[in-house]
Design a protein around this ligand. Sequence first.
Ligand code: XMP
Length: 553
Amino acid sequence: MEGKRDSFRVSTSDDLEVSTYLEIAKEKGGEQPIPEKAPEVDRGAVVVIDFGSQYSMLIARRVRECRVYCEILPHDAPWQRVASLKPRGFIFSGGPASVYEPGVPLAPSYVYETHLPILGICYGMQVLAHQLGGKVALGTKHEYGHAILHQGDVESPIFADLPPSLPVWMSHGDQILEMPPGFTVLGYTENSPIAVMGNEYGIIGLQFHPEVAHTPQGKEILKNFLYRICGCSGNWTPASFIAESVERIRKQVGGGRVICALSGGVDSAVTAALIHRAIGDQLTCIFVNNGLLRREEAERTLNTFQRNLKMNIIYVDATERFLQRLEGVVDPEAKRRVVGEEFIQVFEEEAAKLGRVDFLAQGTLYPDVIESTTPESKASAKIKTHHNVGALPTKMTFSLIEPLRYLFKDEVREVGLELGMPEEMVWRQPFPGPGLAIRIIGEVTKDRLEILRAADWVVMNEIKKAKLYRQLWQSFAVLTDTRSVGVMGDFRTYGHLVAIRAVTSEDAMTADWARLPYDLLARISNRIVNEVSGVNRVVYDICSKPPSTIEWE
Ligand code: XMP
């Protein structure tokens, strides 16, 4: 016979009585000062409090996949910033620190004062234990990798619709020795007697990582927290994002004029389409053809925006200017600098012709925002400077509009489709701002650009025919500065060497070379040497990133 299970009270309403856990924490001398009065909270999103975990971004992505809006904020974010999101709950990320060391990051007291549900993950769980009066110490047994989690006797909505035992992914050395008062064990593993804990106010700690793919039911657990414990309804969709953004953009812009640099890439394209939806002809796009684009790229981009989306576009063919400035330039960073500077100059000249412009729209995405605010990014070594098309011109004074600032790439694509953009544009692989200039080793000349364009055309064509285009992060040709001997007919040739690069990646930070089928590689190689004059050898790049990078320069 099954033993009786206590039911677990969930806090989703505003009318929570004064939270006992805070009272007890106070008595126990919990670390954070606990002010008497809870601040007013209007509820909406879920906030991920970041303690420096490598998985914080992943947590946010998983939450968004559940159609709940969320943002990652540092553990020392001011309350006003959090309040503006109208939180419905908090998730504490993992982190590299140990809660019992001095000066480590802890949760701000306002989180507890809101009386909202909290999900602490790994270090986040230990923060909960530590701040609410429990005890954390270095574990006698560490747990890294797979473990089997068994549910405890107390029923909790966090495990609703899940089996009594499930595989989870662990990565911790510290352990909870004593739970804070009011908490119950909700789950355990062989090495962690307290692998999941919770109290009746919807505060839950998970020692394992529900956000990683190695915890197969992790998303169900997150969903349970979001829907059943925080009371979110999962109504954050591309359509609701568009409606909200349109309203916000209209308010921000008023009767002003906006310009946007189009690169042909998905980020600037969706930015422009979204702003166009909001303010129509108050938006003017500037599309600079730098002469470093792929075959037919300029025509296709113009077609989409002018014909399909009916936007105001200024098209500038600046090919000659860019190529002149690139004459004799062989250093990759120098190429980037030249292309970046020239772009800003052309852009500023065109913008000046428009008269008064109030706003500049940019396709900044959430990973860029997060990266530029994390301490690691400041400390990390510079490998390549990435010239962003649409980088802020230096001499002009605009306000910035960045409507995609809080979206991940896949969400941008969904928004693009919802806005009616063609799939071909929405699913375009990333293309670097300096374009083909950094895919030609050595000097960039018209002839060499033509060779690369022709080879690249074959690659793109064959990859699309093989229906692999979307699966690959990027696939392209590189024109090397190596020449090699070949034989065509009865003649000796001394031709160019073209390299093919195709990689899979989640975010370009790391990448693996794609295991393309041999017969596909054979077709690509065969077509290139037959169709591109001057090329007599093709090689396939089989290096991952790291140690290589995706681009050759
Ligand atoms: P790497 O070569 O550093 O590239 O592995 C990572 C991603 O960034 C793109 N990339 C650039 N994008 N300006 C850009 O706008 C650049 O200078 C630049 N360099 C590399 C690259 O295509 C890949 O997606």
